[in-house]
Design a protein around this ligand. Structure first.
Ligand SMILES: *[C@@H]1O[C@H](CO)[C@@H](O)[C@H](O)[C@H]1NC(C)=O
Ligand SMILES: *[C@@H]1O[C@H](CO)[C@@H](O)[C@H](O)[C@H]1NC(C)=O
Length: 540
């Protein structure tokens, strides 16, 4: 099914407005006609094939016709502006290709170009985000990361697809998208941006490290860099928890009770009891507080056994390798209620190991994973997928990076973003005020993984706008993307990022907060905790 068109009004109005007011019948082609003709006019090279070119008027119900069933984004996107949709396929090797889409709005007077990232195993195009950023006026590119669907099956027997996933798909799509946008508008691009979260955050860091010349500004949320260790910590968690019925195992209800106990002990540390631990790193709870006394059980008293408390305690310890060196930072207190903790090994980790690392569809994570394997994979680091290097090139090229990370992220522990920031600081020998000229990090207290959360999680980012009702009614200024634009185009660097607590279903905003730039921290000053004036920043 192709996208269906709800309203024709906009397109009719547009054709009338854009028609040449009459020079003897030779009308230059309209936006709509130039769009439809892209299949004939756009032939950049033998590697590139046009799969679709169509005009999408405002109000089109776009039903993601080409996304794979494993893609979990919203099943449809209502377009907010008149635009041209182009879908391309670009070969990346003899046995692989990336498919990308360009959503090019009619109103493109700022000439901004934006590439969006992917999540998870990554073969899904972020349509809801595209609809939003095209409405904001960006010629927006998103791509399938070199394979169709949020699955690792395509890695099996095809290292080319692994290489695409590591860096090549985004690099290829970025370059191809630029050619398409220049061709369609017949003019140059003024500024180029990237925005992604999770796997998309990792893509952003990869670009910042290895090909920063492609972007003037990069926004990377909850970056999944050091991804080898991220995918092995899943095995570590699984080994700690065990299976339902094991003495070590905690159910979702039991984790919820533990989360409530942690909040009881730590929520007030920041001066406000609001369900948000402003700085989870300072929370050192006594988990034994939830341990059963004599004759008590979970059923009778909602308490835990000593063995279960031991499971919990270990989860909050950093994850170390066989050499005693850190593999990955610990879990954030307050982030407990997530599948990744009690739901077994996430499919993305299993599929990565199975298909990309062992090339064996029968390999079983639950029975075969070991710490030695984690060490080996870290050393292997296929195609530099870890994205763990200093930002020397980014600095040299004068480009900019903004990272953010929810501090209630149960999927990617926020410690990873602090750790990367401090690693860059040390390896480049730059203080935080020196890093400020090209790299700024904003922790987002009460933000879950990329979207949602008990705190002021909405920062106008990837995978957020498609989830809140009427995202276009929320000012984009002060959010991560438009703050980056202001930094790049006006030289006004962001000191704070506006976060909102949004009810995704009703669209109601309950509070607003200006999140501070690391190493400053949010500080409660007194007064109504839901008002932004009640919060300031600590000294660094
Ligand atoms: C868009 O189309 C899909 C699939 O036909 C449908 O389920 C959905 O309700 C439509 N959305 C709107 C807002 O009309
Ligand atoms: C593209 O722009 C150039 C320079 O402004 C102009 O000469 C040319 O006719 C344009 N091409 C098309 C196809 O509009």
């Amino acid at each position: 099914m192709k996208s269906s068109i709800l309203t024709f009004t906009a397109s009719v109005l547009f054709s009338l407005a854009a028609a040449d007011p009459g020079h003897g019948g030779h009308h230059p082609p309209t936006f709509q006609q130039r769009c439809a003709r892209l299949a004939q006019t756009f032939h950049p090279d033998h590697k590139t094939q046009v799969l679709a070119a169509e005009f999408l008027p405002t109000g089109t119900n776009f039903t993601n016709p080409d996304n794979h069933p494993t893609c979990q984004s919203k099943p449809f996107t209502i377009t907010l502006t008149d635009m041209c949709r182009l879908r391309l396929k670009v070969k990346t090797s003899h046995a692989s290709a990336v498919e990308l889409e360009a959503w090019m709005p009619l109103n493109w007077n700022k000439k901004r170009y934006l590439v969006l990232g992917n999540g998870g195993l990554g073969g899904c195009i972020a349509y809801p985000d595209m609809g939003f950023t095209a409405w904001l006026g960006f010629a927006t590119i998103a791509h399938n990361n070199g394979h169709l669907g949020d699955t690792g099956e395509h890695f099996l027997n095809n290292p080319n697809v692994v290489e695409d996933y590591a860096y090549r798909a985004i690099k290829t799509a970025t370059k191809a998208g630029k050619k398409a946008v220049r061709h369609f508008y017949n003019t140059s691009i003024k500024k180029s941006y990237f925005m992604g979260c999770s796997s998309g955050g990792r893509q952003g860091l990869k670009a910042a490290q290895d090909f920063p010349e492609e972007f003037d500004g990069i926004v990377a949320g909850a970056p999944a860099n050091d991804i080898n260790n991220l995918w092995s910590i899943s095995g570590h968690y699984y080994k700690l928890n065990g299976n339902p019925g094991d003495a070590s195992y905690l159910s979702e209800e039991q984790w919820t009770a533990m989360r409530n106990e942690i909040l009881r002990q730590c929520d007030g540390l920041d001066g406000v009891v609001d369900g948000v631990i402003e700085e989870p790193r300072t929370c050192k709870p006594r988990f034994e507080a939830l341990m059963c006394g004599a004759g008590k059980t979970w059923t009778s008293h909602q308490c835990l056994t000593a063995t279960q408390v031991d499971t919990v305690r270990k989860l909050y310890e950093p994850y170390y390798g066989t050499d005693g060196k850190l593999l990955y930072p610990e879990f954030d207190p307050g982030s407990e209620v997530t599948d990744d903790v009690y739901g077994g090994v996430p499919p993305s980790a299993t599929e990565w190991w199975k298909y990309a690392i062992f090339n064996d569809a029968n390999w079983d994570f639950h029975s075969q994973f070991s710490l030695q394997m984690a060490m080996d994979m870290k050393a292997l680091d296929p195609y530099g997928i870890s994205a763990w290097k200093p930002l020397t090139k980014l600095k040299q090229k004068g480009r900019k990076l903004l990272t953010y990370h929810g501090l209630q992220d149960g999927v990617i522990n926020s410690g990873n973003s602090y750790r990367y920031y401090e690693y860059v600081s040390r390896t480049m020998g730059l203080t935080s005020s020196e890093l400020d000229s090209f790299y700024r990090y904003f922790p987002i207290p009460g933000g879950s993984h990329c979207h949602s959360g008990a705190g002021n999680w909405y920062v106008g980012a990837t995978s957020q706008v498609g989830r809140v009702l009427n995202a276009k009614d929320i000012p984009a200024e002060g959010g991560v993307l438009m703050s980056m634009v202001k930094w790049v185009e006006e030289g006004v660097a962001p000191e704070r990022i506006t976060g909102r607590n949004m009810n995704a279903k009703t669209g109601v905003q309950s509070s607003i907060k200006e999140h501070c730039k690391w190493p400053k921290k949010n500080k409660y000053l007194g007064g109504n905790p839901n008002a932004k004036e009640s919060w300031g920043c600590t000294d660094p």
